[in-house]
Design a protein around this ligand. Structure first.
Ligand code: NAD
Length: 294
């Protein structure tokens, strides 16, 4: 492997240490950030994610409130809970773990969360803010984590071509909007490739910075990577090995890509730890704004 590894665990630990230090400082004034995580139903993966968020809150000194509704909960029940959390002064961030059961209209639920507590940055208001270059709201956690990794490793976005594979509302699209903005850690010339793009390899071969968020194991072949490129792999895919064991892989064929890239994120240990770290930072930011400290 000739590429240098981007250590997402180490950068996330740094971000978390900064968050914890600020929370400690606020505690002396009796201020405690609070995050409410709403889980509807019993999806096992969602339970794991909610547990991870709760644990990180506890580690950093964030008050966490876990609200669990049954699998058959109605929209009315969920909306009543969101209203209560919107009014709760101890809570500065609210998120509803995705995916909810089918009777839940996820968009309607997101829009019912106060934009000032929408720390996932999924609401029309906060997404619109990003698109117009207004950084007063929140940044969505995974794209924000990618941007911080690029910053920490001093990747110059302005001078080359950035290619994002994937156009989801939670990763590809907001990341493209963030990286193309005028300003620090941005100014990128962005191309977004997706399921309707022909000859994706042609775009990937021209990428100085490649960000993969496709959700297909090892979709981006190592030999497509431009020599010396920076490769950020957002993908988290579980695959079955011939011996019956399971393994986590990204959206990039890591072994071959790592021979060609200049910098590359591993999976796991790349973008993954950053997502929760940025959620914690957003919750702190929200708390500071609610207390007129920002
Ligand atoms: P998604 O399924 O919502 O979107 C995938 C995107 O990839 C779509 O826009 C689609 O156009 C594109 N795509 C799918 N198949 C394609 C193909 N064959 N050719 C070209 N484009 C194709 O996924 P998502 O929520 O954006 O997540 C993407 C990946 O990132 C998943 O593996 C997910 O698990 C992972 N993820 C990781 C984190 C993290 O914290 N590290 C957070 C969110 C998502």
């Amino acid at each position: 492997m000739s590429a240098k590894l981007i250590d997402g665990k180490a950068v996330a630990a740094e971000v978390n240490a900064e968050t914890a230090a600020k929370i400690k400082e606020l505690a002396s004034s009796g201020i405690v950030p609070g995050l409410a995580v709403v889980l509807v139903g019993d999806n096992p993966a969602s339970q794991v994610y909610v547990g991870m968020k709760e644990k990180k809150c506890n580690e950093l000194g964030i008050f966490s409130r876990k609200c669990v509704l049954p699998q058959d909960a109605s929209m009315d029940e969920l909306m009543t809970l969101i209203d209560e959390l919107n009014a709760d002064k101890r809570i500065h961030g609210i998120l509803v773990q995705s995916p909810p059961p089918p009777q839940i209209d996820e968009r309607k639920v997101i829009e019912s969360i106060s934009p000032e507590k929408d720390v996932d940055c999924f609401s029309y208001t906060n997404v619109g803010r990003i698109l117009t270059g207004d950084l007063s709201g929140f940044l969505p956690c995974t794209p924000y984590g990618v941007q911080v990794l690029l910053e920490k490793y001093q990747v110059d976005l302005a001078s080359g071509h950035t290619v994002i594979a994937g156009r989801s509302n939670i990763v590809g699209k907001p990341l493209a909007a963030m990286l193309m903005q005028k300003g620090k850690n941005a100014n990128a010339t962005v191309t977004v490739v997706h399921s309707a793009t022909r000859n994706i390899e042609k775009y990937v071969a021209d990428a100085d910075v490649l960000i993969a968020a496709v959700g297909v194991p090892e979709f981006i072949k190592g030999e497509w990577i431009k020599p010396g490129a920076t490769v950020i792999d957002v993908g988290i895919n579980r695959i079955n090995l011939p011996d019956g064991k399971r393994k986590l892989v990204g959206d990039v064929e890591f072994e071959v890509a790592a021979e060609r890239a200049g910098l590359i994120t591993p999976v796991p240990g790349g973008v993954g730890p950053m997502t929760i770290a940025m959620l914690m930072r957003n919750t702190l930011k929200s708390c500071m704004k609610h207390n007129h400290l920002l």
